[in-house]
Write a protein that binds this ligand. Structure first.
Ligand code: CMX
Ligand code: CO
Length: 146
């Protein structure tokens, strides 16, 4: 079961300036930031709210770290904006297997590492009415605190 919006991914050219926009305009603070070399991004997670299943919802601001990253390619074509949405689930393996059976392309054989130790996979936007869709299982609270 998909139980919440985990995050909305927003691609930007300048992470620091974009973080400052969200702080100055809405009062959102950076909850967590990291570089994910595999995904080719530097990112900031802004927590919007906690949810009843123990997870949370975030904005994920993304700046590419290299020219051949998926986000760099997307920015060059589209400019800044909403890049993907991510649904939270307790079991990304089971969810992605079930969705694959319905004929939607799942981009990874095995879930990969996402923000804060989460496990993530993506569904192809062309099979999802134009929306790049991520599935996320958050890390247990214990491990995300270390
Ligand atoms: N949203 C909607 N459509 C998208 C898209 C997006 N984010 N990215 C690409 N597309 C569309 C393109 O517009 C293009 O459509 P047309 O053929 O009609 O022009 C088509 O998909 C193919 O796009 P492309 O530019 O040739 O890009 P690629 O096929 O090389 O890559 C994708 C597309 C989805 C496979 C790749 O972006 C991917 O693997 N994404 C998953 C990983 C990722 O996005 N990581 C960054 C975020 C990390 C995180 O969230 O933690
Ligand atoms: Co994401």
């Amino acid at each position: 079961m998909l139980t919440r919006i985990d995050h909305i991914g927003i691609a930007c050219f300048d992470l620091d300036r974009t973080v400052e926009f969200y702080r100055a305009t809405y009062g959102f603070e950076v909850f967590h930031s990291e570089v994910n070399e595999e995904q080719g991004v530097r990112e900031a997670m802004l927590k919007i709210n906690d949810t009843s299943d123990g997870g949370a919802s975030y904005l994920q601001l993304l700046e590419p770290t290299r020219e051949d990253s998926t986000v760099a390619k997307w920015l060059a074509k589209n400019g800044e904006g909403v890049h993907h949405i991510a649904f939270g689930t307790a079991d990304v393996d089971a969810e992605s297997a079930g969705i694959k059976e319905k004929g939607v392309r799942v981009l990874y054989e095995e879930p990969r590492r996402g923000s804060m130790g989460s496990r993530i996979t993506f569904l192809h936007p062309k099979d999802c009415h134009g929306v790049l869709t991520e599935l996320v299982t958050s890390a247990p609270v214990e491990s995300s605190e270390h």
